[in-house]
Design a binder for this molecule. Structure first.
Ligand code: ACM
Length: 556
């Protein structure tokens, strides 16, 4: 901060102390506070060029269940800092390996910008960062919860499972200066100091996801890994891959080689497409697993199937296919024949292979926008494919249209034409819901009309609108039936990772906070100032983002 305005800054800080106390008292709100490392109130937006001291604990996105600022100088990473991994006496061997790998991944991420050695060691005394499984933590901590404490002697993260430790390491990254995200050595940079704090945390929902449409435009395994990195930062735990659509079939099915030999050649606009071999797909699954994300593969049936029909023309009994390759962006025209042995032999081959390749519990069968099949035939088709998925050992998931086919996990995107009432009735019969309302969570909708990327059919979605809804109540469903939230990113208009970034950031953290943070902490004013701080992290990481005007980004 320039010296000449230091006096003014003291007065602003004093005023903000008073305002802060008044606001906290008025709101009765104790979950997170704009307090600095010594408990003093701080301005929400430090001016550009502010000294790079410890980040205040009020910078964590998604906001944790509770943050209690400590006192003292906090913990500074030095050449002597050791990262210790302790699985504990009761841990099975697999968990011990996982804890060690989490520690190694953290060390690797911190070594790059800091240039510090940060060796990973066995449990022991001394300063440093400790990761430890602790079965004595309350059961309410759950598999993803964790406890993080930082003081002058070190940082300790404890959790009941490795997953919780991993989530805790994401919080630790946010407690360090934004340059910690740099992939290259930061010289002449900040002190790598963690503010003294105790964080107790666990998610509101067990399902927090994002979807990437690799059918309209294909993204390579390396590009998908980059997408996963962004989700992991915000503690998401599911990656839904939309693997097939009218414009392309992107997963190799050995029993049906034409699907990729024919159906993967192209994409929207007519540029070359692509597909994942089994090895590619399994590498994506492995990379996601290391970050505690479950891959949910989707094969969209019976509609959105022009690429499948190009490969298997005998399955087109209604004459719905368009000439191949189809490179436009219309929806709702294509359908597989909904009846007959051939189509169920086809779906069995696909479901069996996908289940074989996928360790996660879910297999998504699509089911949206089927306009050429009568309702009874559609429901029967969905029911039979759902049975095939169960027979392959997986839980079927479908877009909310699949409710009449008895699918038990419904992804809500479309409340038109009475679908919201249909969804409520399905939940009353026991179905569960993943909330992806198109008008709030579709990351391919433009921020505002005239924005160069994205579409507007579900409206425009600015950051405030992406944040300002409640997954439990947006549509009336049985209490307790909402599994969580997911942000789909359709790619009709997006064909580079940079374009994905511009739609994802800053809206993905809004969705992540809805999925993770307690409902009582929901507060647009506080969210937008925490979000503003993320910009510097994205810049350090080399991620693109949109500096939307509704977020008070610090001056560059
Ligand atoms: C969808 O947006 N058609 C699921």
């Amino acid at each position: 901060m320039p010296r000449r305005i230091a006096g003014l800054s003291v007065r602003i800080r004093a005023l903000s102390t008073v305002l802060c106390v008044l606001l906290l008292a008025a709101a009765g709100f104790g979950l997170h506070r704009a307090l600095g490392p010594r408990g003093e109130a701080v301005a929400d937006h430090p001016p550009a060029g502010a000294p790079a001291g410890p980040r205040t604990a009020d910078r964590i996105v998604p906001v944790p269940l509770s943050v209690t600022p400590g006192s003292g100088p906090g913990y500074r990473l030095t050449a002597g800092t050791v990262i210790r991994a302790a699985a504990g006496a009761e841990a099975v061997e697999r968990q011990a390996g996982e804890v060690r790998r989490i520690a190694e991944r953290l060390a690797e991420a911190l070594r790059r910008p800091t240039g510090l050695p940060l060796p990973v060691a066995e449990p022991g005394d001394g300063d440093g960062i400790g990761l430890a499984l602790d079965p004595a933590l309350p059961e309410t901590t759950g598999p993803e919860g964790y406890r993080l404490t930082a003081d002058a002697t070190g940082v300790r993260i404890t959790a009941r499972s490795p997953e919780g430790l991993f989530r805790g390491t994401q919080t630790l990254r946010q407690l360090l200066p934004p340059q910690i995200e740099s992939t290259t050595r930061v010289t002449g940079g900040p002190e790598w100091t963690v503010a003294p704090v105790t964080v107790e945390d666990r998610p509101r929902y067990g399902y927090r996801g994002a979807m990437l449409d690799v059918a309209r435009h294909f993204f390579t395994p390396a590009e998908v890994k980059g997408f996963i990195d962004r989700l992991a930062l915000y503690k998401l735990n599911h990656l839904h891959l939309h693997l097939t659509d009218d414009q392309g079939w992107r997963i190799e099915i050995p029993a049906r080689p034409a699907l990729t030999a024919v159906g993967a050649v192209s994409e929207v606009g007519g540029t070359p497409g692509g597909f994942y071999t089994a090895a590619d797909y399994q590498e994506i699954v492995r990379y996601a697993q290391e970050r505690y994300l479950t891959v949910v593969p989707e094969i969209d049936l019976p509609g959105h199937s022009n690429a499948a029909l190009a490969a298997q023309p005998e399955l087109d009994c209604t004459g719905s296919a368009r000439p191949w390759p189809y490179t436009g962006i219309e929806v709702g025209f294509s359908t597989l024949c909904p009846t007959g042995d051939a189509v169920f032999s086809f779906t069995r081959d696909v479901v069996t292979e996908l289940a074989r390749l996928t360790p996660g519990p879910y297999l998504h069968i699509g089911g949206d926008e089927v306009k050429r099949v009568a309702p009874a035939a559609y429901a029967e088709f969905v029911r039979r494919v759902g049975e095939q998925v169960r027979a392959a050992g997986k839980t079927p998931v479908g877009w909310n249209q699949t409710a009449p086919g008895g699918i038990g996990v419904l992804q809500f995107w479309d409340g038109r034409a009475g679908r919201d009432a249909e969804l409520r009735e399905a939940t009353e019969r026991g179905a569960e819901v993943i909330m992806s309302p198109s008008g709030r969570s579709y990351l391919d909708m433009k921020y505002e009309s005239g924005y160069p990327l994205g579409l507007v059919w579900a409206g425009t979605i600015d950051v405030r609108s992406a944040y300002s809804w409640d997954p439990d109540t947006l549509v009336p469903v049985r209490a307790g039936s909402v599994l969580g939230v997911e942000a789909p990113l359709w790619t009709e208009t997006l064909d580079t990772p940079g374009e994905l970034d511009r739609m994802l950031l800053p809206r993905l953290p809004a969705l992540a906070e809805l999925g993770w943070s307690p409902r009582e902490s929901h507060d647009w004013g506080r969210f937008r100032s925490r979000l503003a701080e993320e910009g510097a992290r994205w810049e350090a990481a080399g991620y693109g983002y949109e500096r939307r005007p509704e977020v008070p980004w610090p001056a560059r």
